[in-house]
Design a protein around this ligand. Sequence first.
Ligand code: ADP
Ligand code: ZN
Length: 735
Amino acid sequence: MATTPVLKVAVNVPLSQLFDYLPPAGTACPVPGSRVRVPFGRRSEVGLVVALADSSDLPAAKIRRVAEVLDGEALLGEDDRWLIRFTADYYHHPVGEVAATAMPTLLRHGRALDPLLEHVAATESGLQVELESLSKRAPRQAELLEALIDAGGNGIDIDTLNELIPNWRRAARSLGEKGFIARFEAPSEPPALPEPSAAQPGPRLNDEQEAAVAGVHLAEGFGVCVLDGVTGSGKTEVYLRLIEETITNGRQVLVLVPEIGLTPQLVSRFRRRLGIEPALLHSGLTDRERLAAWRLARSGDALLVVGTRSAVFTPLPGAGLIIVDEEHDHSFKQQEGLRYSARDLAIARAKHLDIPIVLGSATPTLEMLQHCESGRYRHLLLPRRAGSAEPPVMRLVDLGRSAAVEGLSEPLSTAIEQHLASGGQALLYLNRRGFAPTLICSACGHVAECSRCDSRLTVHASERRLRCHHCGAAQALDETCSACGEPMRRLGEGTQRLESALRRRFARRAIVRIDSDSTRRRGAMDAALEQAALGQADILVGTQMLSKGHHFPQLTLVGIVNADQGLFGTDFRSDERLAQSIVQVAGRAGRESRIGEVLIQTAFPAHPFWQRLIDGGYHGVAREALEERRSANWPPFSRLALIRAAAHGKHDAHAVLRAAARRVEQIGAGRIRVLGPVDAPMARRAGRCRAQLLLQSTDRRALHEVLSDLRLMLESDPAGRKARWSIDVDPVELF
Ligand code: ADP
Ligand code: ZN
């Protein structure tokens, strides 16, 4: 007699193990990859069946039964489950939480893949109705009936009707009374993709682009290619050719883009040039829209899937190619909860699926450049701009000789005037929102600080508030000193102050500010970008939101308002980051026929960083920085993991990390370097004390062994319960 199998279930709770359950009595046993509803403590949770086993370590009487099987077939295929396991292992994160991250919200909450939805359809007698005469008497009824007749047998589901014909219910009542329409329940279908249309031809690829396409070796299975091309060199054209070849062979392509890289500009370019509708997965979608796109990917109907970070988990039964655009972008790394890098998971996934992957950037990370150097990845170069555009010219403005007033030096203002006079557009980049980053007393030097964080409050002048950019706290702007009663002074500048200075100096010009304050409203960002792209704005002011991927045809001048913020960073990645952000924003200038100019305001023109950047470009900085990393043994020449802890009391945050450090010193002695525990660079944030422990090793296996052990120890150690802790593998932020 066959024994009852034991189900190994991943449950969305912060514990690393799988949980054992018995199949429900009397129904078919769920298959691996399907979801089940299970009792968990006193709650009910949705879990994913990862495997079936013959036996359990628990006594039979203690194993509970699954309450409900949610999927008749595997929701996630074997390859998708592999990625979940891999992610949980690599990031030392609870597998149930990983599985939850991998699924769209509605599925995570137990909704059916094809939920039964109420539909409305025309009946036989409804089909006979003379629409024209009906529309004279009752136009709304005629409109509804016509839509239902057009939709065919299954009619239209109610959610769609709500969007299509907002006041349909009254008309439906009348039509229903006459027996022309009927209501019934039917499984929802994902909206079908429109039929492919004719693809518009693009420019003829130049020799370098052709070489890059050939260098990807589409037919040869797994390989990582770094497409290292200056901004405007035609990387997107290379992607388009690779996508076209892959989908022509009936295989799917996944394109990952940064958080704000998924602009309407990019999507419509894909649509136009490929003649197909991409399935889009990004944070601006409703849960339903997200599920619909996910289903189109999972069924294989969507040949092109374009999404941000979490789209890396999307099922792709016919995957043929993965592209990661702007590989260097930090939004690919999740900074909370499951701290995964979508780029790195994409590489692992491509390897598992044995398909090629292309990582594109004008400023590739040093990690990727080092892989190219060592020959593990292929380095494909596009050193020149495509078409006729020339690279922009960079020059420094010495703030020691021409001081900046409210962020603007005279040479920068003059340059703006000249560029605008000759029909160009200017972009000013300042990575600091708000009006002024500091409010200081002119008499006693008292500074307005956040009561919950180790940080200063930013002045937001137009709303007359002080805001903390770390915890979100806000208070009224009081311009007398709370310590001595003298007037407070606004020190330094954010984008709002810069904007108002520009408005005074260039009163008749159209000025548009783009930062997370100005674009909070849905659609505001797209509207502002469109205005900019159409040339309706003369001067753009913004944070790094402005620097990514956008194409502003008229833009000829870029001003970097405060470059010195990054010049003396303490992080080993400071130089790399500063060079990336300057080169990316500089790349917005002169993308068409007119040559672009980039002005960098700095109080330290003699700093060696500038010479490196101006003479050698991004690669000049990168070469030097790689040598420094090699000699200091920082990544990519070693591996890092950061253990963070936060608690109400400083002691608790440190205690858990001290326990962790002792453990690492026991089991990882000689193989792992332990740095800390120390206070985090911002030791108090949102009322919590924060500390960290950095582990460094050149032996990846040893580091992972230690982390597995550490995770289990922290889950069970009493000190681990007094603080919130997390493990960050390959951290990109060291705070
Ligand atoms: P990137 O993605 O590297 O920033 P794009 O692919 O967007 O570059 O190309 C930049 C501009 O150059 C676009 O306007 C594009 O149409 C044009 N372009 C790209 N490749 C070619 C080519 N081979 N010939 C002419 N123009 C090209
Ligand atoms: Zn705060």
